[in-house]
Design a protein around this ligand. Structure first.
Ligand code: CAO
Length: 415
């Protein structure tokens, strides 16, 4: 079967997480992704958080599937020449260097355009134009600067970062969409363009509901679904809301049987208005169905703490999976708190290819997350990440390099 992006060549000048996430997605959609790495060291993540000495880390392998690797020293004249040939050969250049690094290599937008006017140049940066445009940024900085940290955590605690890599992987995902759109526009315009995804912007986009709440707060001074209501105080900025639902249906994380010893024996429980009646029956409070203090959502809002405490008395008598089974019979929206161990072992995720086992020549078998985007006519098969420079010779041959030219590149340590 063919693949959606078959024939698209990506010059992957990315490193660490944000950029590699983007190019890995494009590879899974069928693009030929040529990862350019510095000779000798490669992407710094190859050596970070290693669990096996001298073997590419899981950090690297899990972000660089389905790619080819070529080593090029972009600062050596012959390396630069090779890069320019790659620019003429490819459709998209993706990079996530610190601001200005690409220009310092001599690869300005104008230079790239003169080499290949159809080339799309896609960049992740920490910030867009503005006071912080020159800053280097890692994941947690983006979470803090994009509004996630100020709105995550409990009201009486400090701001919190989340385990979801919304700054890195989230921005990589945004960039991938921009690249696909630019490829589409190129079909009619015949021209490449610049695509920018700033991590602050990407995080803020994912925190859009909190900017919604900021404006609600400014208008009304209160948000009735937040845990601060009705007893606590609201300031002038959206407060941290603990585990309260971000939507119009109140929700909470509740203890389940075994919570005393299992840190993940919890369930997320949503008191969706449409299923209030079965909720009341299941938790043994049938009188709440018609009682004026509980029968409607507005009446329930000032009593959410007491309501969830009561529901929790019921959930504590069930394991999270037992509770799920009972609640699902009545279409009550709920979800178990699943650990990474449980997710790794979940057969249905293996069956869909969302969790895959990959074999690697020096590491052996390991688990990874496959393509979360499923296309019926473009299935993704996950293949292992490349060793450093594994495809250098192959790619040079494709570019028409002679053996003498390759020898000269080697002699110069340009590859
Ligand atoms: N050949 C020669 N030089 C190379 C090279 C190659 N193949 N690949 C990289 N380099 C050079 C760059 O040209 C740069 O040199 P100069 O500083 O002289 O211009 C140097 O390596 C370092 O690049 P960098 O500044 O991008 O890397 P860093 O480790 O110092 O910073 C990071 C890393 C992530 C903070 C920075 O790249 C950044 O802010 N990127 C944008 C935001 C981003 O994507 N962050 C997410 C990263 S994942 O958490």
């Amino acid at each position: 079967m063919s693949h959606a992006l078959e024939g698209v060549r990506i010059l992957d000048f990315t490193h660490v997480q944000s950029g590699p996430t983007c190019t890995q997605l494009l590879a899974w959609l069928g693009a030929d992704v040529i990862k350019v790495e510095r000779p000798g060291e490669g992407d710094p993540t190859r050596g970070q958080l290693r669990d096996i000495p001298d073997v590419d880390s899981l950090y690297f392998t899990m972000l660089n599937h389905n790619k080819r690797s070529i080593t090029v020293d972009a600062k050596k004249p012959r390396g630069k020449e090779l890069l320019e040939r790659l620019i003429r050969h490819c459709d998209v250049l993706v990079e996530n260097f610190a601001p200005g690094a690409l220009d310092r290599m001599g690869l300005t937008w104008e230079r790239i355009q003169s080499l290949n006017p159809r080339m799309i140049v896609a960049s992740v940066k920490g910030f867009g134009p503005g006071p912080y445009q020159d800053c280097k940024v890692y994941e947690n900085v983006a979470q803090c600067a994009g509004g996630s940290a100020s709105t995550t955590g409990f009201d009486d605690g400090p701001p919190l970062v989340t385990g979801s890599q919304i700054g890195d992987s989230g921005t990589g995902l945004h960039l991938a969409l921009g690249i696909v759109a630019a490829l589409y526009q190129r079909q009619s315009s015949g021209r490449g363009q610049k695509v920018l995804a700033a991590m602050q912007d990407g995080v803020l986009n994912l925190c859009r509901v909190k900017l919604r709440d900021q404006q609600r707060l400014a208008r009304t001074g209160v948000m009735e679904e937040y845990p601060q209501y009705p007893d606590g105080k609201f300031g002038d900025a959206v407060p941290r809301a603990g585990n309260a639902s971000g939507g119009g249906q109140p929700g909470a994380i509740l203890k389940c049987k075994g919570w005393e010893t299992d840190p993940n024996a919890y369930i997320y429980f949503i008191t969706q208005a449409a299923v209030w009646e079965p909720i009341c029956r299941i938790i043994g409070k049938p009188e709440w169905i018609t009682h004026p203090d509980y029968a409607t959502l507005p009446a329930r809002l000032p009593r959410l703490k007491q309501i969830f405490d009561t529901i929790e008395q019921w959930t504590q008598t069930k394991t999270k999976f037992e509770a799920m089974e009972i609640l699902n019979q009545y279409d009550i929206p709920c979800g178990p708190i699943l650990s990474m161990k449980e997710l790794a072992e979940e057969p249905s995720l293996r069956a869909t290819g969302t969790v895959v086992e990959v074999d690697h020549p020096t590491r052996g078998k390991y688990l990874s997350v496959g393509n979360p985007i499923k296309l019926s006519d473009s299935p993704s098969e996950v293949t292992r990440s490349p060793l450093l420079g594994e495809h250098t010779d192959q790619i040079l041959a494709e570019l028409g390099y002679s053996e003498d030219q390759i020898a000269a590149l080697r002699a110069d340590r340009a590859i």
